[in-house]
Design a protein around this ligand. Structure first.
Ligand code: EPZ
Length: 430
């Protein structure tokens, strides 16, 4: 199994290209099931999660080609992928496939809307909390679906004439359930209004693509989304928006090591709150024509308290990385996680590098140390694993990160991007 070996101590200087957003690409790919026409997505990152979803969509009958070639032959960066689901050959998403990635559960929306039924295994995914599906069930029920859970599967059926537009106010913000309800409502009879919707940029990106396919969605990116159902959707061509989590991760890496890096092909407005926290930690951040420049020279890292929140708050997907940065701050900081109940698994691994962190409920107290020391550490989930990379870049000596498959789920060519900026990072295959 691959490991990542980091020899810490180098500053980062240079240019890092930011990939398309994993968390936008996944729902966009799933949206292709809504039409029998071809949906072409540009700027799709090459990640294990994308490959897994390609397998899942293939199981439902999607014909998928990469850059005009068949899947698996295309190894290029920022791929263009064509998805054509002329016929849905199966409305079942089996446990073997869904258990590997939570987002694959989201096929329930398009399958139910287009075929009137779906049988989808309860999901798996990162071990960061219980992550139930009650909001999906309530939301789809509000569109007239009949839903039963049986033998680990969610069985959903639409009324004879198809889903019916309805009104649903989420009791809690959910990105995935907002995606699913929005997709399902595009083909419902009548108008749907979603209240307390997730406002994440990936929701707005999905709505933009669905509208290009002929849907009638307004308000995506705000707390209230209105969807006027249409009879059918057509194909479209859509470019996946930049990955704000990858952007924030590299910005934090530069703040950690010091240096001067341009993050290219990204947009600072996607992560204002996180960039503000990095600024307060002592880095200079400015917008460039096509991205962000981040510089930290001289003074050390300042402690900053953060609380995770749904967009536009500080993203939970950058919490671990920010903790990595705070391990070397000149003072005490506090990080409170409000989205997931078990997203602190990086704490004990960061401690192996010499970090001083204590946990009280959902808040971590980080007492910054002047030096971290390299050690063997283990990746436990996607974002936790990259926080270990950030800490390793500033630790003395060698840090060996095992279980790298977590990183490969969400960071495209991480070692290449960092090495080009002067870091000593390599993949070691056993
Ligand atoms: C999306 O997950 C992201 N995944 C996550 O990124 C991200 O951490 C999360 O949103 C929050 O921003 C993708 O976009 C593929 P949620 P999602 O539904 O949609 C609870 C990463 O590292 N909840 O917004 O699954 C849930 O347990 C991943 O890239 C219910 O209670 O998250 C959580 O506490 C990890 N019932 C909260 O809502 C439900 O039916 C928010 O989860 C659904 C969710």
């Amino acid at each position: 199994m691959d490991r990542i070996r980091i020899v810490g101590g180098n500053q980062l200087n240079g240019v890092i290209p930011i990939s398309g957003a994993k968390n936008a690409a996944l729902p966009l790919m799933i949206a292709s099931l809504l039409t029998d026409d071809t949906l072409t997505l540009e700027n799709v990152p090459h990640l294990a999660d994308v490959e897994q979803l390609i397998r899942i969509l293939g199981n439902h009958g999607a014909d998928i080609s990469v850059n005009g070639r068949r899947e698996r032959q295309g190894e290029s960066y920022a791929r263009t992928i064509h998805f054509t689901s002329r016929n849905i050959v199966s409305t079942t998403a089996p446990y073997e496939l869904v258990s590997k990635m939570r987002a694959s559960f989201w096929v329930i929306g398009p399958l139910l809307a287009r075929e009137g039924k779906a049988r989808v295994s309860l999901p798996g995914g990162c071990a960061i909390g219980t992550r139930p599906v009650d909001l999906f069930i309530e939301g789809l029920t509000a569109l007239g679906a009949n839903i039963e859970i049986d033998g680990g599967y969610v069985n959903a059926t639409a009324p004879a004439g198809g889903l019916i537009g309805g009104r649903y106010v989420f009791p809690k913000v959910s990105v995935g359930a907002t995606h699913v309800l929005m997709m399902a409502a595009t083909l419902a009879n009548g108008t749907t209004v979603i209240g307390n919707a997730a406002r994440e940029p990936e929701v707005a990106d999905l709505a933009k693509c669905l509208n290009a396919m002929g849907a009638k969605i307004s308000g995506a990116g705000t707390g209230t989304i209105t969807i006027e159902g249409v009879r059918s959707l057509s194909g479209a061509r859509h470019r996946v928006l930049p990955d704000r989590i990858e952007t924030g991760t590299y910005a934090m890496a530069v703040a950690m090591t010091g240096g001067d890096v341009i993050l290219e092909d990204t947009d600072p407005s996607l992560l204002d709150t996180a960039l503000e926290a990095i600024r307060r930690a002592g880095a200079e951040i400015s917008a460039t024509n096509s991205g962000i420049r981040i510089v930290r020279n001289g003074p050390g890292i300042r402690p900053v308290d953060i609380v995770t929140d749904p967009f536009p708050g500080f993203p939970t997907d950058l919490q671990a990385q920010f903790m990595g940065l705070m391990t070397k701050a000149g003072g005490v900081s506090h990080i409170t996680e409000t989205i997931f109940e078990n997203r602190f698994m990086h704490v004990q691994e960061l401690a192996r590098l010499g970090a001083r962190i204590s946990l009280a409920g959902q808040t971590a107290k980080i007492e910054g140390v002047s030096r971290l020391k390299g050690a063997p550490v283990m990746a436990t989930d996607l974002r936790a694993s990259v926080s270990l990379v950030i800490a390793g870049l500033a630790a003395e000596g060698e840090t060996m990160v095992s279980r790298v498959y977590h990183l490969d789920r969400g960071f495209e060519r991480l070692e290449e991007k960092l090495t080009r900026c002067g870091a000593h990072v390599e993949r070691v295959s056993d």
